[in-house]
Design a protein around this ligand. Structure first.
Ligand code: S3P
Length: 422
């Protein structure tokens, strides 16, 4: 699908209720599937990725009803699937499920779409193998054939700050003998730790280390907050479209995810947090965003995992900031749904952004006039498609985004919610 975006003549105005967090939705349905009894999940994501997790859990014998709420009824024991488990585009589904399946008493196979089949799996195969798992891959890529085994706990020092790898190892640890400890260089999102604890797992976190012991999870009732990674498109649009003043409601503000708010503050953006509270163990609040004059900044080191998925739209933000914005230490962006360093640089260059690729990030020199008047590509990557849409809101001539339908992977409500505030 091609989407044409026309420049806005007036500012964005109004309130947006931000839809459900994708990362927490995956975890809620997967962890509930491991708990004996009935779990109730309120505000489950409508994105295709969490649906992939839900369908994989169903294929493992778990009874899941989708209505106003998602109701998961599980015996607490997964069943051998009668077919291959399809993770679609979702790295989170494949990596988290691999950890669980490694410790079952049956064999299974995980597959993904073209993009997921190109993404690196060595990062999970390595620690799982140290735990005694047997996983056959094609040169460390999906399909993954998992031969269920008894596992042993490990003390693992990860080179990557990755919540997917951490969660995979912790979930394997739920089924392993002894204690499993995972240490990462910087703290990545900690939704797994919060929810596993809430569901009664024997888990302890200390700075960048977390340890878990074999545990049976209790069923849960959980309300999922809005996704800060989805809110990011509205935050950037509000900051760069002149005369904007918008309020984003019910946004998850977990500090391990909210790096974009620190960056906006550093750049001089006019942003305010309202009505902060805690829901199901996660920080939640509303965010007011107004059009602002911005200055460039350096984004590096420990903040990177706290805003990893927001970097494409932060590149758009940087194009409207005076001076240089330098993004470093983000090499793993090349391993996402697309090579997001190359993709962002190629597509933003086409529409008039002064952006240069580096090995581990990019450098943007602003302020740029977004010219548009051309076609750009989403690289079949939802975050690219949405970032390009936001750039289109201030483009002199319309831009046409090819492959816009990939937005549905995380945020099918995206266009409808933008239309409400245009
Ligand atoms: C995710 C973790 C991040 C992020 C991805 C979702 C998760 O990946 O990019 O979109 O839900 O755990 P990494 O952990 O590989 O950095």
């Amino acid at each position: 699908m091609q989407k044409k975006v026309y420049k806005l003549d007036k500012g964005l105005r109004g309130n947006v209720i931000i839809p459900s967090d994708k990362s927490i939705s995956h975890r809620a349905v997967i962890f509930a599937s491991l708990a004996k009894g009935k779990s109730v999940i309120k505000n489950f994501s409508k994105g295709q990725d969490p649906l992939s997790s839900l369908n994989v859990c169903r294929a493992l014998g778990v009874d899941i009803e989708i209505g106003k709420e998602v109701i998961v009824s599980s015996s607490g024991v997964l069943q051998q699937p009668s077919s291959i488990l399809n993770c679609g585009n979702s790295g989170t589904t494949m990596r988290l499920m691999a950890g669980i399946l490694a410790g079952q008493n049956f064999n299974s196979e995980l597959i993904g779409d073209t993009s997921l089949s190109k993404r690196p799996m060595k990062r999970i195969i390595e620690p799982l193998s140290l735990m005694g798992a047997e996983i056959n891959s094609i040169d460390n890529h999906a399909p993954l054939k998992v031969c269920g085994q008894s596992l042993n706990g490990i003390n693992y020092n990860s080179k990557l700050a990755s919540a997917q790898v951490k969660s995979c190892v912790l979930l394997a640890g739920l089924f392993a003998d002894g204690k499993t400890t995972f240490t990462e260089p910087y703290l990545s999102r900690n939704h797994s730790e919060i929810l596993l604890k809430h569901m009664g797992a024997d888990i302890e976190s200390h700075n960048v280390s977390v340890s878990i012991k074999r545990s049976q999870l209790n069923p849960c009732e959980i309300e999922i907050p809005g996704d800060i990674s989805s809110a990011a498109y509205f935050i950037v649009a509000g900051l760069i479209v002149p005369n904007s003043d918008i309020i984003l409601k019910n946004v998850g503000l977990n500090p391990t995810r909210s790096g974009i708010l620190d960056v906006v503050e550093k750049m001089g953006g006019n942003i305010e947090i309202l009505d902060k509270k805690v829901v199901s163990g996660e920080d939640v609040g509303d965010i007011r965003v107004k059009y602002s004059r911005l200055k460039g900044c350096i984004i590096e080191k420990d903040i990177i995992p706290r805003l990893i998925d927001e970097l494409p739209v932060i590149a758009v933000l940087a194009s409207q900031a005076e001076g240089e914005t330098i993004i470093k230490d983000a090499q793993d962006l090349r391993n996402k749904e697309s090579d997001r360093i190359a993709a962002v640089v190629n597509e933003l260059s086409k529409i008039g952004v002064d952006i240069k690729e580096t090995v581990d990030g990019f450098i943007v020199k602003g302020v740029n006039q977004i010219r548009g008047g051309c076609e750009v590509n989403s690289y079949n990557d939802h975050r690219l498609a949405m970032s390009l849409y936001v750039a289109g809101l201030i483009s002199q001539k319309p831009i046409a985004i090819n492959g816009f339908e990939w937005v549905d992977i995380s945020f099918p409500e995206f266009l409808g919610l933008f239309k409400n505030i245009l």
